[in-house]
Design a protein around this ligand. Structure first.
Ligand code: FE
Ligand code: FE
Ligand code: ZN
Length: 277
């Protein structure tokens, strides 16, 4: 079963996202749990959340992949930024229980001159503080392009973070095709090899979701500029191989391509036409 969707706006609430997903033939989607640039989160409307739960259930959606705000930096040098990151994650994990048993993806952060080891330590500390045995949400570390001092640029860095976390069954990884390509993993010519490496270092059982994006830049460029499917250096053929790969094909695929809603609908249609059960 192909679970495919895109980023949707939470501005009209939960049920509206579900209805919009149905309109564009999506059966999963992503949304920001709060303003992506930070700030306070809206109060949860329980009736609205219940309406979405029913819609997801009725239409056999795959798991949703919520996204933490970009301003969340678990390994910032500034203590106030780290405190915001912890408070936002703790709050978001409570909010996520309005739509239980889904995914919450976050960028591990940027260590800003403190070094990779301090970065790993601070990120694991945040996770150990925020994850709870009761939560039904799985928190996903996103693979990053390695722009500046961004953490999560290699499978080894993600593995080191996972190793430090106590509640490992609440933790997974979201692989972003643009980011791993920019990070130097050749998913165009050697997808099998990249997945073998992922399996050896992290374990494919931890891979829970895919961000499906083309990239404006070449392999290993560490730039993180997304392109529409087929309009970047990864190309449509390689991305079609990703959605059809036997080790990936049942995961939720989320488009984060530079598109309006019609553009997303076209990409979803194109990918469905190129998927074989
Ligand atoms: Fe992201
Ligand atoms: Fe992403
Ligand atoms: Zn990106």
């Amino acid at each position: 079963m192909l679970y495919i969707g895109c980023h949707l706006s939470y501005s009209k609430g939960y049920e509206a996202m579900g209805r919009q997903a149905l309109e564009i033939d999506a059966n999963t989607f992503a949304f920001f749990t709060r303003n992506p640039r930070g700030g306070a989160a809206k109060a949860i409307d329980e009736t609205d959340a219940a309406a979405l739960r029913e819609l997801l259930d009725k239409n056999s959606f795959g798991r949703l992949v919520a996204h933490a705000p970009y301003t969340m930096n678990a390994c910032a040098a500034d203590e106030n930024i780290r405190r915001f990151a912890r408070e936002a994650m703790t709050g978001d994990l409570i909010r996520m229980e309005a739509t239980p048993h889904n995914y919450y993806n976050f960028h591990p952060g940027s260590h800003v001159k403190q070094g990779v080891d301090v970065g790993i330590k601070l990120i694991t500390e945040q996770l150990n503080e925020c994850l709870t045995a009761e939560q039904t949400t799985t928190v996903l570390l996103e693979t990053m392009a390695g722009k500046g001092s961004e953490m999560g640029r290699s499978f080894d860095e993600l593995r080191a973070i996972i190793d430090g976390v106590e509640l490992k069954d609440k933790l997974g990884v979201c692989l972003d095709t643009c980011h791993v390509w920019d990070g130097g993993y050749d998913i165009v010519n050697n997808l099998d090899g990249v997945l073998e490496e992922f399996d050896r270092i992290i374990g494919l059982d931890r891979l829970k979701a895919i961000h499906l994006n083309d990239s404006l830049n070449p392999l290993g460029s560490h730039k993180d500029r997304h392109a529409k499917i087929g309009e970047g250096q990864i190309g449509a053929d390689a991305l079609i191989r990703v959605i059809n790969h036997p080790k990936l094909k049942n995961l939720p695929f989320i488009l984060e391509t530079p598109n309006d809603i019609e553009g997303y609908a076209r990409e979803i249609k194109f990918l469905r036409e190129n998927y074989s059960e």
